[in-house]
Design a protein around this ligand. Structure first.
Ligand code: HEC
Ligand code: HEC
Length: 445
């Protein structure tokens, strides 16, 4: 009898709790803010995160394998600027016996209805957790950037070279000034003293100085075992380019609705009038200030204060901008001063590709830098059921062979995938030969 009573009490307690939780959920709103206080000790959080990590990675890898053929196929005869072979695609898997040709003859509405679009937004490994995730090759020399809650997801073949070469607008005669090394606080001075101006050198020092960041800091509220303020601008924009570090976009909340965002290159930022995929900050000074103050802490100034954000002075910001303005696009020996192909240096295929590109792509990606310095809404949601992605900056395509994966979230792993993507988006029905030519042309940029 006693047992029965207890069980009745238990049932009513459960009903009561469910009712409270239901009422709470129906009145609770999504929040824009990150939690300020941790309720569990660091060691316990780490233990739990570590335990959940393999299931998280397995689930994500399953999604990647479902969407992509990750065979790491590369063209050994075609390389990025520093010599890494260029990956070859398309990597996207097509569903249900469709072919690229069949797909490109369908209307966006039909593709959406049949759920056949091969280029859905690429999610962050953990959209709820978020934060920056560093590729394995970079982690080999940076144990302080290893996260205990998640790993990087894409195979190395689809990433920029690590470390990428650094070319300077002020010294094109020198070629790559990095000496094949990742520039850090430990070596930048030796490498660049005598090449940069004192003001640029100071800017470089600041760009490679590690500071506190959301997941990598000294507080208990971090995701690295090592307690260290570990993130510099060049952690993500390695040597002024990118190593493929990804994050969540800074423009919207709640956390779960944020898109994955791939780190863009800083090569050629001096010619860009529009910085950030959506935010359109107009100066490098403003961007540097905003990046350090908010982006480092998931856009939450309260957390930034808690974890020890570095406040750069206006003079420091100016020096950082001055240095970023010196980062050049890689050499493109087949391009004229107007950024078009020099006929005597180009192949037939590249020249045909240029013509096609001029016809279909150049209204947004115009020479010489292959950007219109603006933003467009490609209305990708015409092709799938999901949240609209909105206006995105037209990224410049100069040096594009060096920057896989492509698009703001890195969902296109190869240049072939970018051509298949735009073939659908623009509904232009290119045939296989035209697609090959278009890729050949983009490799020359
Ligand atoms: C966590 C990796 C990460 C770190 C660290 C980082 N960035 Fe970025 N950076 C990004 C991402 C991701 C974007 C794209 C943001 C967007 O689209 O809104 C970006 C965009 C930029 C842009 C605009 C580029 C463009 O083409 O629109 C500039 C300039 C920039 N960062 C400079 C800096 C500076 C200066 C620092 C150091 C204060 C810094 N970044 C630190 C990842 C990083
Ligand atoms: C209506 C303007 C527009 C046209 C036309 C256009 N693009 Fe783009 N392109 C964009 C925008 C905007 C983005 C960024 C989209 C994103 O990140 O979600 C982009 C991104 C890209 C990228 C990836 C850049 C990067 O750094 O990741 C490539 C490659 C590209 N376009 C190639 C092409 C090709 C090839 C064509 C023609 C077949 C083309 N584009 C036509 C606007 C355009």
């Amino acid at each position: 009898m006693k047992f029965k009573n207890q069980s009745n009490n238990y049932i009513s307690l459960c009903i009561g709790l469910a009712a409270i939780s239901f009422t709470y959920q129906s009145i609770a709103r999504e929040t824009s803010y990150s939690p300020v206080s941790l309720t569990k000790p660091f060691t316990e959080v780490m233990k739990e995160d570590k335990k959940n990590k393999s299931a998280l990675m397995k689930k994500h890898q399953k999604l990647l394998n479902k969407r992509y053929n990750l065979s790491e196929n590369v063209d050994k005869n075609a390389t990025m600027s520093g010599g890494k072979p260029i990956p070859v695609g398309p990597t996207a898997k097509l569903k249900g016996g469709t072919s690229w040709d069949k797909l490109s003859r369908m209307s966006p509405a039909e593709i959406k209805k049949k759920n056949l679009f091969p280029y859905l937004p690429l999610p962050h490994v953990s959209p709820a957790g978020g934060g920056l995730v560093v590729p394995q090759e970079q982690l080999d020399s940076h144990p302080e950037l290893v996260r205990f809650d998640m790993d990087f997801d894409l195979p190395d073949a689809y990433l920029p070279e690590f470390p990428a070469p650094l070319y300077l607008i002020s010294r094109p005669d020198l070629g790559d000034v990095s000496g094949g090394q990742e520039l850090t606080i430990n070596n930048y001075y030796n490498k660049l003293n005598g090449i940069l101006t004192p003001f640029q050198l100071d800017g470089m020092r600041l760009l490679v100085t590690p500071v506190a960041q959301q997941q990598f800091n000294v507080t208990d509220d971090r995701k690295a075992k090592i307690a260290q303020d570990a993130v510099s601008c060049f952690t993500c924009h390695v040597n002024g380019h990118s190593s493929g570090v990804f994050h969540l976009n800074p423009d919207n909340r709640p956390q779960e609705t944020r898109f994955r965002i791939d780190t863009p290159s800083l090569r050629g930022v001096n010619i860009q009038h529009f910085l950030g995929s959506k935010r359109a900050l107009r100066s490098l000074e403003d961007f540097s200030e905003v990046e350090a103050k908010t982006a480092y802490f998931d856009g939450d100034p309260v957390i930034a204060f808690k974890k020890g954000a570095r406040r750069f002075s206006r003079e420091e910001i100016a020096a950082m901008a001055a240095m970023q303005n010196m980062i050049a696009f890689p050499p493109a020996p087949k391009l004229s001063i107007m950024g078009t192909l020099i006929k005597s240096k180009a192949t037939e295929s590249e020249l045909r590709g240029e013509q096609l590109f001029t016809a279909h792509c150049a209204s947004c990606h115009s020479a010489p830098y292959y950007t219109d310095n603006s933003a467009h809404d490609l209305q990708v949601e015409r092709f799938y059921k999901g949240r609209a992605e909105g206006l995105i900056k037209t990224f410049p395509l100069r040096g594009i062979k060096d920057s896989p994966p492509y698009l703001h979230d890195g969902r296109l792993l190869t240049l072939e995938d970018t051509v298949e993507f735009f073939n659908l988006i623009l509904e232009i029905n290119l045939d296989q030969k035209q697609k090959t030519d278009m890729v050949a042309f983009m490799r020359t940029l």
